[in-house]
Design a protein around this ligand. Structure first.
Ligand code: FE2
Length: 364
C-alpha cells in the first residue's frame, strides 16, 4: 500500500462562529458539561474577537464572536447563523499537510504559519472545503500551553459536571443537490480519503424526504466525514431545509462518542438539552431488527435512544434538535458496541421524526 501522504492524528478542535460566544459558552458549560480551559479576546490583546475554548474528554469546542460589523466572523454569522467554521485536524506536520493537499488541488485558506508564546510553538495551515467551512491543520508537538498561542488559560465560575463525552466520532456535511460526488472526490483526491459507505434513496427515504449520503474516512479511520445531499422526495427534505437556512453547504452535525449513553443522555435531558422525539412504534420493531443488547431495553426506550446493528456489533445513538434557532446544526451522541457503521437502519425512523419537526416549523 502506498504511504499515506496525509497522516492525521484525529480531530484537534471544532470552532463555531456564533452570535454571542459568551452566552453560548455558558450553554455548553451548563447543559453539556464542557469545561472552559482557555480564552482569547480584548483582555488578552486580541481586539477584534472573543473566543472561548471548552473541553470535555478529548473534545475541544471553540466558540468565537466578532467585536465589530466589518468582520469575516460577523458576515459568516449573518449568512449562516451560528455554525461550524473550522473542522481542525491534529497533524504532525502542518506544512507538509498543506503542500500535499495543495499539490492535489486544495484551495488555500491559511499558508503555513508559526505561532509562538512562552509555552512553545504551534504550526498551522488551512484549506477550504464545502461551503465556507475550513479544514485547519494543527501541529502542536512543540507546544505545552492551554490551547494555542494567543489564548490564555481560563477558568470559569460556572460549576460544570461532565456528562461523559469522550471524543469526536464523525462530522457530517450537507452539500447542495448534485454536489455530493464532487465533494467525495475532493476528499479522495485532495486528502487521500477512502469511500467507506454509500447510502442511496432506497436506504434513506420516507414518504416525503430522501437523501443520499457517502462516508469518507482517512487511512487510520480517526477522521470520518459523511457527506449528504438532498434527493428527490414529495416535499422538501431535511437537507434542503438545512441548505435553505444555512444559505449554503455546511456542517450538519458533529457526532460525539460516549461509553455510557444512558448516563450521558439522562444528564443532558435533565439539563434541558432537547432531542428528537422517536415514535413509540420504533420500539415495536427495533428488537427484532437488532437482537439482544447489554443495556436495559426499557431504559433505552424511555430515553428515546436509537439502536442499530451491523456485522461487527451494535450501536446506540441519539440526535439533538438544532442547537440554534435556524434549523441547521445539531449534535449526535453515539455509543459504539462493536459496530463501525452509522445507524443506517435508523435513518428511516429518524427522518420520519425529523419531518414531524419540520412540519411544525412549516417547512415541509
Ligand atoms: Fe451521524
Amino acid at each position: 500500500m502506498a504511504e499515506d501522504f496525509l497522516p492525521l492524528n484525529g480531530t484537534d478542535h471544532v470552532e463555531l462562529y456564533v452570535g454571542n460566544a459568551k452566552q453560548s459558552a455558558y450553554y455548553y458549560q451548563m447543559a453539556w458539561g464542557y469545561e472552559l480551559i482557555a480564552y482569547s479576546g480584548p483582555e488578552t490583546g486580541v481586539r477584534d474577537r472573543a473566543s472561548y475554548v471548552l473541553q470535555q474528554g478529548k473534545i475541544r469546542l471553540v466558540l468565537t464572536s466578532a467585536m465589530h460589523p466589518d468582520s469575516e466572523i460577523t458576515r459568516h454569522v449573518a449568512q449562516h447563523g451560528d455554525g461550524v467554521k473550522f473542522l481542525a485536524i491534529w497533524v504532525d506536520d502542518a506544512e507538509k499537510s498543506f503542500y500535499e493537499t495543495m499539490s492535489r488541488g486544495a484551495k488555500a485558506h491559511t499558508q503555513p504559519t508559526v505561532m509562538s508564546d512562552q509555552f512553545g510553538e504551534v504550526k498551522i495551515s488551512a484549506i477550504h472545503t464545502y461551503g465556507d467551512t475550513v479544514h485547519k491543520f494543527v501541529e502542536r508537538k512543540n507546544y505545552k500551553g492551554a490551547f494555542l498561542p494567543g489564548y490564555s488559560p481560563a477558568k470559569s465560575s460556572v460549576k460544570t459536571t461532565s456528562v461523559g463525552l469522550k471524543h469526536v466520532d464523525h462530522c457530517v456535511g450537507n452539500v447542495e443537490l448534485g454536489r455530493m460526488n464532487e465533494w467525495v472526490k475532493f476528499y479522495e483526491d485532495v486528502m487521500g480519503f477512502k469511500l467507506l459507505i454509500t447510502f442511496d434513496d432506497s436506504d434513506i427515504s420516507t414518504e416525503y424526504s430522501a437523501l443520499m449520503s457517502k462516508v469518507v474516512s482517512n487511512g487510520n479511520g480517526y477522521i470520518k466525514f459523511p457527506i449528504n445531499e438532498p434527493a428527490d422526495g414529495k416535499r422538501k427534505s431535511q437537507i434542503e431545509e438545512y441548505i435553505e437556512f444555512y444559505h449554503g453547504a455546511g456542517v450538519q452535525h458533529v457526532a460525539i462518542a460516549t461509553d455510557d449513553i444512558i448516563t450521558t443522555v439522562t444528564e443532558l435531558r435533565n439539563r434541558g438539552v432537547e432531542f428528537l422525539h422517536v415514535p413509540e412504534v420504533y420500539y415495536e420493531e427495533v428488537w427484532d431488527r437488532v437482537g439482544k443488547i447489554n443495556e436495559d431495553v426499557a431504559t433505552i426506550k424511555k430515553l428515546n435512544i436509537l439502536v442499530d446493528r451491523d456485522d461487527e456489533g451494535y450501536l446506540l445513538q441519539l440526535f439533538t434538535k438544532p442547537v440554534q434557532d435556524r434549523p441547521t446544526v445539531f449534535f449526535e451522541i453515539i455509543q459504539r458496541c462493536g459496530a463501525k457503521s452509522f445507524g443506517k437502519g435508523n435513518f428511516k425512523a429518524l427522518f420520519e421524526a425529523i419531518e414531524r419537526e419540520q412540519a411544525l416549523r412549516g417547512n415541509l
